[in-house]
Design a binder for this molecule. Structure first.
Ligand SMILES: Cc1ncc(COP(=O)(O)O)c(C=O)c1O
Length: 391
């Protein structure tokens, strides 16, 4: 059994999640429950792989290792039930960087990208950054999360300039794990209008039992030519600082051009340790991941109980996937700058839902941490709300 209750402190490691309070705001004691980054000690085999490579002591130019590529193929088969070939894989230094490249390649400057909100902000910021217009087809959230297929169809029918959908599978922040049928219906519409579906599957391994992740490339091979899948071990094993991810692109014309651009821009120039950590994680991480997911799920159960007892007007359902709790605080009389007040006065940082669009009143709470951190953070939320008379 791995120990998820105890973890090394990340303070003083220049951690984005924990050290910015001191370096940016001169705040000493804030509990960080925001960015999607785990606070668990990592799989021991990952550390061992790094140490072994470092002991060799020569760090010259290095090609992608066979072990790394085989590990991706084997993981995708074992965990997501898809068969991929080496020539479909382009290694990348990050999912969001890969998104930039794919948008620039596949959507011309006068064309448009569709996104389904609320969603991880780079989905709409990335196309906008490279001057591609973004159009919104919001998800239907009540009584349960669904894709608005009628609106999607109507938008595509009326606007032939829409050339790509960027889709989150599973979905950050609402935690939805899409079924094969839901994906098939969406892909049928995309197929009819000949748009590319870029499927961000960085959270694919974080689906709670008994559900299983359905890869966009596993729905029906007739759609695969129009799919760009972005995957990574970085959420699953908390390796974001290692800068290793990959694109899976069965359409060889698209894949060759993507690889050319990735090479030209340095997107596919992986750090020597990136190959090692990916292979170690994918070859040795199955049990760690299973136990980690069980632990996170228990944190979600704890959070649900805590909210029912102390903040009963919050609306929250345990998500189907991701370690991110999506909590509606709109039952309370909190101000627009609620997240800021919690951070600067309450000593706890949640992720303000408004950044994801169409999410007023929501906060995203990261549950991938030892229970003691989650407890401390949530107690601070309640204390701050009490102090401010918001309860
Ligand atoms: C849906 C989604 N895609 C991509 C990323 C970031 O990926 P990367 O660090 O590889 O750019 C995140 C991080 O939270 C995410 O939630």
């Amino acid at each position: 059994m791995y120990d998820f209750n105890h973890a090394n402190s990340r303070l003083g490691t220049s951690s984005t999640k924990w050290d910015r309070y001191q370096s940016r705001y001169n705040l000493d004691d804030v509990v960080a429950l925001w960015v999607a980054d785990m606070d668990f000690n990592c799989l021991p085999e990952i550390n061992e792989a790094i140490i072994k490579r470092a002991q060799h002591g020569i760090y010259g130019y290095t090609d992608p290792t066979e072990d790394c590529l085989n590990a991706i193929i084997s993981w995708e088969k074992r965990h997501h039930n898809i068969e991929i070939k080496k020539e479909d894989i382009v290694l990348t230094t990050g999912v969001v960087y890969a998104m930039y490249t794919a948008v620039e390649q596949l959507v011309q400057p006068d064309e448009k990208v569709m996104v389904m909100t609320p969603v991880y902000p780079p989905f709409f910021k990335t196309p906008a950054d490279v001057n591609r217009e973004v159009v919104y087809c919001p998800l239907i959230l009540e009584p349960e999360v669904r894709i608005d297929l009628d609106k999607m169809e109507e938008m595509l029918k009326n606007d032939p300039k829409i050339k790509m959908l960027i889709f989150c599978n599973p979905h950050n922040p609402v935690g939805k794990s899409w079924t094969k049928e839901e994906l098939r219906e969406m892909l049928e519409v995309a197929h009819r209008y000949n748009i590319v579906v870029m499927s961000d599957e960085i959270h694919a391994d974080l689906v709670f039992k008994p559900l299983e992740h359905v890869s966009m490339l596993g729905v029906d091979s007739k759609f695969n030519d129009q799919i760009v899948l972005l995957g990574a071990p970085t959420k699953t094993f908390n390796l974001a600082g290692m800068k290793i991810s990959y694109a899976l692109i069965p359409n060889q014309e698209i894949c060759t051009e993507f690889a050319r651009r990735a090479k030209a821009t340095g997107l596919s120039s992986i750090n020597i340790f990136g190959f090692e950590v990916l292979a170690a994680a994918y070859n040795h991480g199955d049990v760690w991941l299973e136990e980690c997911l069980d632990y996170v799920y228990e944190n979600m159960v704890w959070l649900k109980d805590f909210l029912s007892e102390h903040l009963p007007k919050c609306r929250f359902e345990i998500p189907e996937s991701t370690y991110l709790a999506w909590v509606d605080f709109s039952g309370y009389n909190v101000p627009d700058n609620f997240a800021e007040v919690l951070k600067f006065e309450g000593g706890v940082e949640l992720q303000d839902g408004r950044g994801f669009k169409d999410s007023d009143g929501y906060q995203r709470i990261n549950c991938a941490c030892p229970r003691s951190i989650l407890e401390k953070g949530m107690e601070r939320v309640v204390a701050c709300m009490k102090k401010k008379n918001w309860l």
